[in-house]
Design a protein around this ligand. Structure first.
Ligand code: XMP
Length: 512
């Protein structure tokens, strides 16, 4: 394991990703509890992240001293370099010359970190983002690279296997940054890159068996990638001790429910309860205009329906969930204060406390793209594991205003045509999420010789890396024109199509 001590940088997760891509397992821990984690996890190397903090701050965060005393290889990135510098006996101070963005690094001297990658005398593009600067290196440290604004851009102590970088190797704008992190892991720390998804799968299966014993497990299946991969993995571990409950709220896309049921029942032979609860959900939502009330109603009904089905099964000892690593990482915050609720997210999060069951969360250590790789490893079709995210409340939040069965039908048909066009144009994988929205607005049109007065459909497509921020997708107009024509011609109830060109922020991805 490589331990990553998080000082609150925006990009700490990327460090963990790069280490794993180098075939070595990594975990992120907040600096406040890093000492405890260090003793527990017994890592083979440590990386110190960047931070919005400054070593000049009175309560500047520190790395546990045991890390420096342990003799293990340490890589300090940005703030991590500064605190390494100060804690090892050097000096750093806040600088009035802040350097952000692209910079060029001149390699001054060869070292293990640069081996076979950046020989002395070469120049490389890196991504700087720092406010502090080194004024005196710790004893025994030397300079390996400089940039015009940073005389200590890379320093280190070869014998102690410690390096400090003033730039971010984990971001894509640093050319060969991933390779530099791989060098630290393989060449400096001497770790073998043998952490693979196949190995993860075997370990996860063994752990599930040990935890569950001969207990019973139920898993809420949503049709999404995470819960599906979790279910298939658990089924591989414990077979029919697992039962899946698929609460079909009638708010899924065209043919989606049938596909989920047939994949799990027919293809994987996993015991599955398909709860057809469309009436419960749609009746309760009909006429409701308020987005938050809609979301909360769906959340409440979901839990009630799920609980009732679990009871019918005679209960279970464990509840399985597709929780991912980003949900688990404790975030380090320097801003404090409660954040505002933009939307009440719907997932099965509230279930465990209510149902008094232990949790099985086999994906807790994985990032989304790792879950996709694991899904493939488990034989899930490529087209399934590559699916775009879909929100728990489904089409209800893509039908602003009150929903009706007929509006849902119209939306489903338009959405299916839009996605079909996107797939045919080969754009599906380039887009984070694409979907149709049915607006509660009717407009006048003319078709054939007649007047029409029908609904407006908005098309949305965004690019994003994590759903937190997003840009609208820049389709060419011809594509949009074709999609609009098909939707208006083929879907009864829509006579106008518009394209949403709002990014996030200020918009959100979904309309409600
Ligand atoms: P917003 O609309 O907040 O969405 O920009 C960000 C991402 O989250 C998805 N989303 C949800 N996912 N339950 C979910 O599981 C929800 O209630 C929910 N609401 C939004 C949305 O599709 C996008 O990927």
């Amino acid at each position: 394991t490589v331990l990553i001590v998080d000082f609150g940088s925006q990009v700490t997760q990327l460090i963990a990703r790069r280490v794993r891509e180098a075939g070595v397992y990594s975990e992120i821990v907040p600096f406040q509890s890093a000492e405890e984690s260090f003793r527990k996890l017994k890592p083979k190397a440590v990386i110190l992240s960047g931070s919005p903090a400054s070593t000049g701050d009175i309560d500047s965060p520190k790395a546990p001293q045991v890390i420096f005393d342990s003799g293990l290889p340490v890589l300090g990135i940005c703030y991590g370099q500064m605190t390494m510098c100060v804690q090892m006996g050097g000096k750093a101070e806040p600088s009035d010359h802040r350097e952000y963005g692209r910079a060029f690094l001149n390699i001054e001297k060869d070292c293990a970190l640069f081996k076979d990658l950046w020989p002395a005398g070469t120049r490389h593009q890196v991504w700087m983002s720092h406010g502090d600067r080194v004024i005196q290196m710790p004893p025994g440290f030397e300079i390996f690279a400089k940039s015009p604004g940073a005389p200590y851009a890379v320093f280190g102590n070869e014998e102690r296997r410690m390096y400090g970088l003033m730039f971010h190797p984990e971001v894509v704008h640093t050319t060969d940054g991933a390779q530099l992190i791989a060098n630290f892991v393989h060449k400096v720390a001497g770790l073998k890159g043998d952490w693979t998804m196949a190995a993860f799968r075997d370990k996860a299966i063994a752990e599930i068996r040990e935890k569950v014993g001969d207990g019973k497990v139920i898993c809420g299946l949503s049709g999404g990638v995470d819960s599906s991969v979790a279910a298939v993995l658990i089924h591989e571990a414990i077979g029919d001790q697992l039962t899946c409950i698929f609460v079909d709220h009638g708010l899924l896309r065209l043919n989606e429910a049938e596909e989920v049921v047939s994949m799990f029942r027919d293809h994987y032979n996993i015991p599955l309860v398909h709860v057809q609860a469309e009436d419960t959900f749609v009746d309760a939502l009909e006429g409701e205009m308020d987005p938050e009330v809609k979301r909360k109603t769906i959340g409440r009904l979901f839990i009630e329906t799920f609980e009732a089905e679990a009871k019918k099964l005679g209960g279970a000892d464990f509840l399985a969930q597709g929780t991912l690593y980003p949900d688990v990482i404790e975030s380090v915050s320097f801003t404090g204060g409660p954040s505002v609720t933009i939307k009440s997210h719907h997932n099965v999060g509230g279930l465990p406390e209510r149902m008094n069951m232990q949790l099985v969360e086999p994906l807790r250590e994985l990032f989304k793209d790792e879950v996709r790789i694991l899904g493939k490893e488990l034989g899930l079709p490529e087209s399934f594991v590559g699916r775009q995210p879909f929100p728990g409340p489904g089409l209800a939040i893509r039908c602003p205003g009150g929903i009706t069965r007929d509006k849902l039908r119209v939306l489903r048909e338009a959405d299916a045509i839009y996605l079909d066009e996107i797939r045919k144009a080969g754009l599906y994988d380039a887009i984070w999420q694409a979907f149709a929205v049915l607006l509660p607005v009717q407009t006048v049109g003319v078709m054939g010789d007649g007047r029409t007065y029908e609904f407006v459909c908005a098309l949305r497509a965004v690019t994003s890396v994590d759903g937190m921020t997003a840009d609208f997708y820049h389709f060419d107009m011809e594509f949009l024109g074709n999609a609009a024509t098909r939707i208006i011609n083929e879907v009864k109830g829509i006579n106008r199509v518009v394209y949403d060109v709002t990014s996030k922020p200020p918009g959100t991805i979904e309309w409600e």
